[in-house]
Design a protein around this ligand. Structure first.
Ligand code: SF4
Ligand code: SF4
Length: 501
């Protein structure tokens, strides 16, 4: 059955009385949906190519366009949904694995929405964040078990290298190649202005961005693309990527067509060669092997950089995190299964892993029980959508959070989930020069700064309401959380009481 038998998912509604035939939509759509029909003097649309990215809608000068979900339907069937039927048609047609981008759209529970935050009332009064200092500065890395002071009162502890953040938010790993250089520039500039860090992802670091090194986490993934001594020493911290929430247990693949020019140079692989990250690190099959890599990286950087180990949230995450904490790593980054990606097999993205909320609570609890919580910091990621998610994550035990999709949305992403096609009309998930230049790094950085500044204000307000004046005092403070509509088992894993208790 030809794919064309699939009815388009979206319909383009063009108000003919408003359309002035300026053909801007035709020029703006990299998917070549719109075209001008000279014979009849009107615009036409090939709706089958539309991914609902809103570019044409947003830029149409007369607001003549809108995209609607088609209500063309199969006979209703609770077991065989429309998407399932279409996927079978597609696979019968191509014989291939279905690819998808961004986080899973499946309706799994979002535990953030089933957790409520406390506020002070009569005793332990709230704090007004506009009048009183609120501390959002966060230090990531090993904490000493005991504080030792000399006779002069000075601290005698030798502190391990760590990361200092002005607010407990980091931009999560997105590689140059999966996103454009302008998107990376925007993230780097914003991280510098905000006093936080962005993350190179596994594609190496473009030489134009070395100047932002002190706000950069450089990643070492299984493919080791773009990894060399200068790269490692430029970053403020090094992240070993063992897994990713959107695709646990599998590697990555950037097609050779995208490995050109600066991307090939930055990744240190030949032009046109597929950039394949293997599923495992071929030198890591145990915690002892991981420890060797952690210490190799420390050695290569003179023991001056904290090492993060990033893992996907999977079933036995608490035991895995305990091993990582004992490997010598300074920070564990846990990526929940709702996290985004540039490209992943759809079945993996939608069915593998566990929610970050449960993983985070389980890890924090396990490390506390084992008396090693202070040996590592925890960064939680994988669908942190708003400032209240940050507050809940910290109260569940995170030291800081990674944000990826929220950062891309701030840059203009419209969540069309077509990043893997490489034709992002907003200049983010693309390497096409005409599309990349649509994203102005300065403007993008400004929007990212606004977003994180707004979230930080909201975090301060929520902390003030709880009568808490520092992120440090919120961390792991589960008494500040209550569950709503959760089972006893879920509450027990989250380590929180039900609302009303
Ligand atoms: S793909 Fe985007 S720009 Fe093209 S028609 Fe659809 S919404 Fe408009
Ligand atoms: S980054 Fe671009 S292609 Fe990817 S979801 Fe956002 S708008 Fe779509």
């Amino acid at each position: 059955m030809p794919v064309s038998m699939i009815y388009p998912e979206f319909e383009i509604i063009r108000k003919e009385d408003r359309c002035i035939h300026c053909r801007l939509c035709e020029r703006q759509c990299a998917n070549e949906v719109h075209r001008f029909d000279k014979e009849h003097g009107r615009m036409l649309a090939d709706e089958a190519k539309c991914v609902d990215c809103h570019r044409c809608v947003a830029l149409c000068p007369t607001r003549a366009l809108k995209i609607v979900k088609s209500d063309h339907t199969f006979r209703p069937n609770a077991n065989w949904g429309e998407e399932t039927i279409h996927d079978i048609y597609r696979q019968a047609d191509s014989g291939g694995v279905l690819l998808a981008a961004m986080g899973t759209p499946k309706p799994y529970p979002v535990y953030w929405d089933k957790i409520l935050v406390n506020a002070s009332q009569v005793t332990n009064p709230p704090i007004d964040p506009l009048r009183e200092p609120m501390e959002t500065r966060t230090f990531l890395g090993k904490k000493p078990h005991q504080v030792h002071r000399g006779p002069d009162g000075r601290l005698k502890n030798e502190l391990s290298p760590g990361l200092s953040l002005d607010t407990p938010i980091l931009f999560s790993a997105m590689s140059y190649g999966s996103i454009s250089l302008n998107a990376h520039k925007a993230l780097a500039k914003a991280a510098e202005k905000l006093g936080i860090c962005y993350n190179t992802g596994e594609g190496g670091l473009h030489e134009d961005l070395y100047q932002y090194g002190s706000n950069t986490i450089v990643q070492v993934a299984s493919g080791r693309f773009g990894v060399h001594k200068q790269y490692l020493n430029t970053g403020a911290a090094i992240e070993i990527k063992m897994g990713q929430g959107a695709k646990p247990g599998i590697g990555g693949h950037l097609p050779g067509a995208k490995i050109a020019g600066d991307i090939s140079k930055t990744r240190m692989i030949p032009q046109g060669a597929d950039s394949i990250s293997p599923a495992p690190h071929h030198d890591i099959y145990s915690i002892e092997d991981l420890r060797q890599l952690v210490y190799s990286l420390k050695e290569a950087t003179g023991y001056q950089k904290p090492i993060l180990v990033k893992v996907a949230a999977v079933h036995n995450i608490a035991a895995i995190a305990s091993g990582i904490a004992r490997s010598g790593a300074d920070i564990i980054a846990i990526d929940g299964f709702r996290g985004g990606t540039g490209a992943a097999p759809a079945r993996i993205r939608d069915n593998i892993g566990i929610p970050i909320e449960l993983a985070l609570a389980a890890v924090d609890q396990r490390l506390r029980e084992e008396g090693i919580r202070g040996d590592v910091s925890i960064v939680a990621g994988g669908s942190i959508r708003e400032s209240s998610d940050v507050v809940k994550a910290i109260a569940l035990g995170a030291d800081a959070v990674y944000i990826g999709t929220a950062a891309l949305l701030a840059l203009g992403c419209h969540l069309c989930r077509s990043c893997h096609a490489g034709k992002c009309n907003w200049g983010i998930a693309t390497q096409q020069p005409d599309l990349v230049k649509r994203l102005d790094p300065e403007e993008g950085a400004g929007r990212l700064v606004n977003l994180v500044t707004a979230w930080t204000r909201e975090i301060k307000e929520m902390m003030g309401g709880m009568g808490i004046n520092s992120v440090e005092a919120l961390r792991g403070n589960r008494m500040m959380l209550r569950g709503i509509g959760l089972s006893d088992r879920e509450l027990s894993i989250l380590g929180i009481k039900h609302a009303g208790e």
